[in-house]
Design a protein around this ligand. Sequence first.
Ligand code: FEO
Length: 394
Amino acid sequence: MKPREFAPGIFAVGVVDWDRRLFDSLIPLPDGTSYNAYLIKGSEKTALIDTVDRKMPEILIDNLDLLGIKRLDYIISNHSEPDHSGAIPQVVEKYPEAQVVCTPRAKDLLIDLFHLPAEKFKTVNDLETISLGDHTLEFIHAPWVHWPETMLTYLREDKILFPCDFFGSHIATTDLYVTDEGRVYEAAKRYYAEIMMPFRAQIQKNLEKIKDYDFELIAPSHGPMYGEPDFILNAYHEWAFDEPKNTVVIPYISMHGSTKKMVDYLVSALATRGVNVEQFDVSVADIGKLAMALVDAGTIVIGTPTVMIGPHPLIAYAAVLANALKPKAKYASIIGSYGWGTKAVETIASLIPNLKVEIIPPVICKGQPREADYQALDKLAETIVQKHKESGFK
Ligand code: FEO
């Protein structure tokens, strides 16, 4: 994508990665992604806000050439992860006068990642400013969105926030701005679930920290820009602050059908009692959708057969993932079947120490479920309904 000027002297110069399908060798990217970088030509100085993925530096460099940039004073690095910092070495090489502006923690990380000399850096304190002449950059330290070194850059005169990953969405699009709110809401929620949810307490603090700023535009480093910032700010408030919903998420595996019968029965038992349920066969599910469902879940029920005395390995993977994402669910349980012996419940419980949940007694059956097992599932559904009511989940 060639550079596009979206405000006087401010250009989008990043890259759209249409075909990328996996991030961190883990996260599915069904809609690709973008690495947005922004150039600000001030009356006295020029700054580049973030760079692009380490695999695509030439597109950014070409864009700077197309804009005729002969001198670059600052490379603002809001976040050190290489999808945004990966082209810093090439930009520094092309513009040797440029200083890399970042937090002190980011400086250490960037030196480790790219072996850049320390004198290339200018570290900034929280709320410190740099003037470009007619534009002022204010740096807002915002740790843990989603690394420890992250900061946001606020362009005061234009009231534009450049938050890097914060508020981002993995969408490859030619749209500079959000045009389809439904599509972006879903992608941003998926992104929040996968990247930001583990740091919900810090997300809350950072949302509080920026609440009195006046934003006319939020320009993240993934996905389209928010011309109506309240759209994404309100969504983040809901995801980070609101109580869980009257929703049960059931990640499960079934090998010979017994666990699936239990899942189907429980889903129906909950649905007829007015509880929303989302079930995921982990062997085929998009884990991004599972993560997204966990944002609102009041209860998580894990369904597993027993394999070699423990849970199915794919369920162990899902449990480790859920433990890492730290959703705000308040309750959890386990259902499943075994042939001749099982330690699935104990093993799963040991894999989810980060989940601050009350465990509702599991329902584990031997072989195919019998009438007593279905009755136990009805009781589990009743208990979940009761717990959700007591907790006020809507
Ligand atoms: Fe988009 Fe944390 O990198």
